[in-house]
Design a protein around this ligand. Structure first.
Ligand SMILES: C[S@@+](CC[C@H](N)C(=O)[O-])C[C@H]1O[C@@H](n2cnc3c(N)ncnc32)[C@H](O)[C@@H]1O
Length: 285
């Protein structure tokens, strides 16, 4: 087990139900602080995601794992009728509070509470690293899509390119952090950063015309502390991995982090390279 794949295991070692419960509880706790750092980042992928699913006026659109409702809100601005779904009740409450005119529902991606063929497009921004049963979720998304409709999904690129995550994970690895025993093991966090695996996930579960592209940009912060805080208050597996370390290891992670960040800026000006994988496919008729 390595720190760049926090609490990740092989398919056989994953208890998907325990992992889902852990993720749900984690997002429940992170909802109040999510928007201030990670949400400011994930929301930058919303337009590319909606474009990939060809979201436009008069379409009925599903935003799965909506979080605070970023993609749902933008789809509504494009003239779509949208439903945002999330497993964490506090995320759904936050989304309703931020977008009171939109529809949000609490549900598990593995069992969507919708009729077959009831959406003209479906999107999901950064749900992939938080799932225990990817094929089941993609099949559910395909089930609720009309024929010829599009699905688009994002996930983080490998930490070598997604340095915004990689710096923190490298600091954990260099400091000798090991996966705490009380975190349920999940599938490899970066599994679908691999284009072939991401394409296969969609192609093997009912989609055609599948492609994956890489979206890269840099994310500005005024300090390295903002990244540190963002990792602890806007992630689930990564923050639990760090917080489960003995105090001495946590101190070593922080001092290693303070050294590694110097490659990305100084004073009030840090630029973190971001890299994201965006996959899309069409439900075959
Ligand atoms: C990284 S956040 C992404 C939120 C939002 N889409 C965004 O772009 O910022 C992951 C979201 O997935 C939700 N989630 C995790 N597992 C889920 C599941 N099985 N079904 C539905 N939502 C789930 C979490 O509650 C959380 O809101």
């Amino acid at each position: 087990m390595t720190a760049d794949r926090p609490a990740s295991g092989t398919e056989a070692s994953v208890d998907a139900d325990a992992f889902k419960g852990f993720e749900m509880e984690g997002w429940e706790n992170q909802a109040p602080t999510y928007d201030s750092f990670i949400g400011r980042l994930t929301s930058q992928l919303v337009d590319p995601l909606l474009d990939a699913a060809s979201v436009g006026p008069e379409m009925r659109v599903l935003d799965l794992a909506t979080g605070p409702g970023y993609a749902a809100a933008r789809a509504a601005e494009r003239g779509a009728t949208v439903v945002g779904v999330d497993i964490a009740p506090s995320m759904v409450r936050l989304a309703r509070q931020l977008h009171p005119t939109l529809e949000f529902r609490e549900a598990d991606a593995e069992a969507l509470p919708f009729e077959d063929s009831s959406f003209d497009a479906a999107v999901s921004n950064f749900l992939i690293p938080h799932l225990g049963r990817h094929a089941r979720v993609v099949s559910e998304l395909v089930r609720v899509l009309r024929n010829d409709s599009r699905l688009s999904l994002t996930t983080w690129d490998f930490p070598e390119r997604m340095r915004l995550l990689g710096v923190f994970l490298d600091a954990c690895a260099e400091a000798g952090a090991a996966a705490p025993d009380d975190i349920p093991v999940g599938p490899p966090f970066f599994r679908f950063a691999d284009d072939e695996q991401f394409i296969a996930l969609l192609s093997d579960n009912g989609l055609s015309d599948v492609d994956v592209r890489t979206v890269s940009f840099s994310y500005h912060t005024d300090s390295a502390d903002q990244l540190w805080e963002g990792m602890l208050t806007g992630t689930v597996r990564t923050s639990a991995f760090f917080l489960g370390q003995p105090e001495e290891t946590r101190r070593r992670v922080r001092s290693t982090f303070d050294r590694l960040v110097l490659d990305y800026g100084r004073g009030g000006n840090f630029e973190w390279p971001v890299s994201v994988k965006l996959a899309r496919g069409r439900k075959a008729s």
